[in-house]
Design a protein around this ligand. Sequence first.
Ligand code: BES
Ligand code: MN
Ligand code: ZN
Length: 493
Amino acid sequence: MSVSCTIDNRRSVKADAVVIFIYQDENLFKSQRKDLIDSIPHLQPLLDSGDFSGKKFSTSVGYVGSAATSPRFILVGLGNQSTVTPEIIRRASASATKSAAALRCKHVAFEVPAIPGIDTNTTSQATVEGAMLSQYGFVKYKSNSDEIKTFVTEFTFYSERARANAVNKGATNAQAIVSGVIVARDLANAPNNEIYPQTLAKRASDLGKKNGFSTTVFDKKKIEELGMGGLLGVNKGSVNPPVFIVMQYNGGSKSKKPIVLVGKGITFDTGGISIKPAANMSDMKGDMHGAASVIGTMVAAAKLGLKKNLIGLIPSTENMPSGSAMVPGDILKFMNGKTAEIDNTDAEGRLVLADALCYAARYNPEVVIDLATLTGACVVALGNVTTGMFGTDETTKGRLKAAADRTNEYVCEMPIYEEYEEMISSDYADIKNSGGRNAGSITAALFLKHFVSYPWVHLDIAGTAMLSKPGFYQPKGNTGVGVRLLIDSLRHW
Ligand code: BES
Ligand code: MN
Ligand code: ZN
């Protein structure tokens, strides 16, 4: 995908299609209609037909012959002006881009709208995000090009001179963020025979070299030396050894405590000996979405040059059943000396995260935020729309909530009252790894809390990581959730 920003106008901009955003309010519609017809008379029949009203996300295509340099105009509705938000811009932009893609347009130009109450920078970022994020597909394994739907590959965002700088800034930020989201989507969508612990580590290292963060990969021997019994326990059934990935981005002053991001990196979750049913098990190739989001966030942060010190930690292994696999009743010992009885080998995420959370303490962090496709219970509670948020740090929870409202990567706080603790008590070890069906995402979060010694927030993205049908600017499959949320919170920190 290529993006350019220019000072141009609707008559002279050159593309396969030009997108114009239109309000639904009667008077605003009338005046936009008049402007359009004055500049491009060929749009009159379309506007007179009444087929297009400016309704939110609706689109109409007009063919304008010699009236403009570009052959097609796509009108897209924003609804009423007073109700427009960045999310509505993202969705409208995505909707228009999808119409253009359906017409096999390769190059689309957007007239960045001037929206009262929203600064141009923000409007531009939202326009670019919606357009680019809508043109994603995991198509690398499709060999028949007829089967691959065509994507828009070239984007131009134009405005008049006065807003050009702000348009450019918003577009530059959007490109950095989108590339982080795409990194996350690509990693999470990749099957386990492409992305397993070693290849995940290789991708993280390559992305670090390219974008400007350092990566260190601990192998099994080093993981043993560190006493990461949770990561080793989950790995016991696998042929591929585990890795522990440490990424470091130093954008802030040396004296500033780092923010540590931890991502669950189970490259495939069969459930282990407590094996999952066959139906939809392939979805579990995305059980490293937390890791993918952390890597995507490191990429975007480095591209943006954020003035923050960030550490990314990823405990990674497959969760496989075999003659050497851990079994229910086994007791594991984590890096901080605590022990857990395995009640269910399918509750593996918390076991690998436990060691990563212990390791995070070495950085004396300002806060640790972990992201994990941790529990089916979270999907039951919040569906595919909202991420479950747990934790001990009110300030960071507040920051994430504010970022969620700006990015529409929603979060909802769930409780971790001490009263739930008895559900994970064990007769033989300090705790056990499953608290049963009730309050399943809460007992998982409480399990993690045993390994935390600093301000902490846990995001359960089991529901928001994957969609069974596409959204406005989200593809079917893995979404890249978390990258926009974290980057937005870091930019407003
Ligand atoms: N990776 C799964 C959780 C999951 C389920 C993510 C559905 C995305 C979609 C996790 O490792 C798991 O299996 N959790 C168990 C825990 C239970 C055994 C206590 C679950 O939620 O059923
Ligand atoms: Mn599992
Ligand atoms: Zn899992």
